[in-house]
Design a protein around this ligand. Structure first.
Ligand code: ACO
Length: 320
């Protein structure tokens, strides 16, 4: 028993913001941003938070799958930007879409979140615990971005993507997940500072901070390694893979991974130019675009790979 993706959906932030728009608020340029990252525009949310974007992406995925919300028995939502400590964003989505029979919880693995959630879903489906699972990646990064810090603010966008998975006999699934908490400082965002009536500290909120070059080195080393690991576990050759759908953090990272794997860049679809980096949402948004454009054919073997804060990284091999 494995999991099959039955439908996809996406919901980006509502406002298109260009590199030129950002050049009006920080000292930067379209040339600098595009040449280093491949990003031209991103969508930011001006009203809808993580759970509302996630709910809309989920409605579209359910419609695409032809499955009613009451038929879902689990909702997994990967995010770093929940609106509440509790309830979870997954529970908010459950309410918004009317998935009354589903259990729901969030997964926190930063930009690797969707890949981690997908593997969690596949393991539950393989074990027979659940039959239909909604897997969502959603992030409202603009609320944790320091809009006066040009090193980070040019990179990110807001959005959500979702897939509906169903248990199916046969099929193919292999996955690997890794974490290295010792390197957590490379990419951080404080959620709220410690403090109570004894310490007398006032609550403090943090913004995303990143050692860009360390992230770059980490990604181009670890992503090819975990893809190789998945291929070797599944005893499948690179030639059999139709697409490598990577976390859209940076065009140069994706190009470097393609070179290290000695696989043509055409097998690495990208949409970072339009959406920027939407963290846990990049992979499902791209998957939805490809699905709706008819670029995926049943039985295509695809690998999805994520990497991000934690540090965390992982890859999943599935048959479409
Ligand atoms: N516009 C203009 N100049 C800038 C900007 C900007 N937006 N940002 C930084 N600079 C300047 C810096 O101040 C510095 O100037 P200085 O030399 O006078 O001090 C110069 O550009 C070079 O800065 P670096 O930080 O060294 O720039 P680098 O060439 O490393 O590029 C980048 C930065 C694009 C972030 C690169 O490190 C990278 O690709 N890292 C990968 C990390 C990544 O993609 N993270 C995404 C989020 S994390 C994730 O999703 C897992």
């Amino acid at each position: 028993m494995t999991g099959k993706i039955k439908g996809t959906g996406a919901c980006p932030g509502d406002r298109l913001v260009t590199n030129e728009d950002l050049a009006e608020i920080v000292e930067t340029s379209d040339e600098w941003i595009y040449s280093r990252t491949g990003i031209k525009t991103r969508y930011l949310s001006t009203g809808r938070g993580t759970s509302e974007m996630a709910a809309e992406a989920s409605r579209r995925a359910l419609e695409n799958a032809g499955i009613h919300p009451e038929e879902l028995d689990l909702i997994l939502l990967a995010t770093s930007t929940p609106e509440y400590c509790f309830p979870s964003s997954a529970c908010q989505v459950q309410e918004k879409i009317g998935a009354v029979n589903a259990a729901a919880f969030d997964i926190s693995a930063a930009c690797s979140g969707f890949v981690f959630a997908l593997q969690t879903a596949c393991s539950f489906l393989a074990s027979g615990s659940f039959q239909r699972i909604l897997v969502i990646g959603a992030d409202d990064l603009s609320k944790i971005t320091d809009w006066s810090d040009r090193k980070t603010c040019v990179l990110f966008g807001d959005g959500a993507g979702a897939v509906v998975m169903e248990a199916e006999e046969g099929g193919l699934f292999r996955g690997v997940m890794h974490s290295d908490g010792r390197k957590g400082r490379v990419l951080t965002c404080l959620s709220r500072s410690e403090g109570n009536f004894l310490t007398g500290k006032k609550p403090e909120y943090g913004f995303t901070s990143m050692d860009g070059q360390e992230v770059f080195k980490f990604a181009v080393k670890k992503v090819p390694e975990c893809i190789d690991q998945v291929l070797s576990d599944a005893e499948i050759s690179k030639e059999e893979i139709r697409y490598y759908i990577l976390h859209q953090a940076n065009e140069r990272i994706i190009e470097a991974v393609s070179k290290r794997l000695k696989e043509p860049i055409e097998k690495f679809p990208m949409n970072i130019r339009e959406y920027g980096n939407t963290s846990a949402a990049t992979i499902p948004i791209l998957l939805d675009e490809m699905n709706r454009a008819g670029k995926l054919t049943r039985r295509d073997k695809i690998i999805m790979a994520g990497f991000g804060g934690g540090l965390t990284w992982g890859a999943v091999l599935l048959e479409w």
